[in-house]
Design a protein around this ligand. Structure first.
Ligand code: RB5
Length: 145
């Protein structure tokens, strides 16, 4: 897939992050893992802010964040200027996150039972093109000054 992707997780998403990291590397992507690297308890805002800083500094295609639900870490990431983090759950939300919202981060939960494997949701996001057009004005309104 040849994308440059930054990953970050708290302890709640650690195992899912490890699985997705392996998948992304095996499918030809360049992955930077900002941690965590074990299941010791950490605070998800710290991880979100570190991953977003890396994204903003590093010319990445997009980032993927993990926590127990994907909720806390996406809320934190969306506090960072320029970040649009989508907590997606199925193929439709994975597609819309790119097509309409031009999301630059996805968030997933390590404690969620996804009906569609997270690998497939990431593939859908990558394969989808941002539609721009009427969405450009809306997206620009959430790119805070
Ligand atoms: C950590 O226990 C958990 O609260 C966190 O991973 C996340 O689910 C928060 O939204």
């Amino acid at each position: 897939m040849n994308k440059k992707i930054v990953l970050g997780t708290d302890h709640g998403g650690f195992e899912l992050k490890e699985r997705i990291k392996k998948y992304l590397e095996e499918t030809g992507n360049m992955v930077t893992d900002i941690g965590v690297l074990n299941k010791d308890s950490v605070d998800y805002p710290d991880i979100a802010f570190k991953a977003c800083a890396e994204y903003n500094a590093g010319n990445y295609d997009f980032g993927i964040l993990f926590c127990g639900t994907g909720i806390g870490i996406s809320i934190a990431a969306n506090k960072v200027k320029g970040i649009r983090c989508a907590n997606v759950h199925d193929l439709f939300t994975a597609e819309m996150a790119k097509a309409h919202n031009n999301a630059n981060f996805l968030a997933f939960g390590g404690r969620i039972e996804y009906q569609t494997p997270v690998e497939k949701l990431i593939e859908k996001f990558i394969q989808t093109t941002y539609e721009a057009g009427r969405h450009e004005r809306r997206v620009s309104k959430i790119t805070c000054a």
